[in-house]
Design a protein around this ligand. Structure first.
Ligand SMILES: [Zn+2]
Length: 185
């Protein structure tokens, strides 16, 4: 295990009180609805995340869907590609741009098993993605409600964000990965 991973894991541990306070705060900012279809897509993101885990990557999966058509599926490949930007959302956005033949992604929903970080939230805003649905909250890097909320900043484009869909299952998938990593050391 390298230094970076050790640091990531240590930073992942916050006190129960702090977590509770942040959860209440995040819940207050979310009043958006989600459908059974959204839940199905988040479950599919979890399957993509499992593919990432199978190659020893942090398990995060993402999809871009428009009118019931899946434009892109991707999972985190930061370790194997040795590239800091290869988060699941960035890779899914790149594929969706190729699929639609442009940098704007109107009418799509981006699904991801973990809350987007500031980089991915920035890419979502730049791609003019109108709607984002995510699973687990990320209290270390989350940029759509948990740590900061870039959907509340008056950028030229403001996406609708629904967080916490299958949150417990998505969180459990991530915790289980980090627990296994710890026991391997
Ligand atoms: Zn990210």
């Amino acid at each position: 295990m390298n230094e970076m991973k050790e640091k990531d894991i240590k930073n992942g541990e916050i006190s129960a009180t702090e977590k509770n306070e942040r959860e209440i705060s995040a819940a207050e900012t979310e009043k958006c609805e989600f459908s059974p279809t959204d839940v199905e897509y988040i479950r599919e993101c979890m399957a993509l995340a499992a593919e990432a885990e199978a190659i020893d990557e942090v398990p995060v999966g993402a999809m871009v869907v428009r009118d019931g058509v899946v434009l892109a599926r991707a999972f985190n490949t930061r370790e194997s590609s040795k590239c800091a930007t290869h988060h699941a959302e960035i890779l899914a956005i790149e594929k969706a741009c190729e699929s639609l033949g442009g940098w704007r992604l109107p009418g799509v929903t981006l699904y991801v098993s973990m809350e987007p970080c500031a980089m991915c939230a920035g890419a979502i805003i730049n791609a003019r993605i109108p709607r984002v649905v995510y699973g687990a909250r990320d209290y270390r890097f989350g940029a759509f409600g948990s740590l900061i909320d870039l959907s509340k900043i008056p950028f030229n484009h403001i996406p609708e964000v629904v967080g916490g869909v299958l949150a417990e299952e998505c969180s459990a998938q991530l915790s289980s990965y980090f627990k296994k990593k710890r026991t391997k050391v």
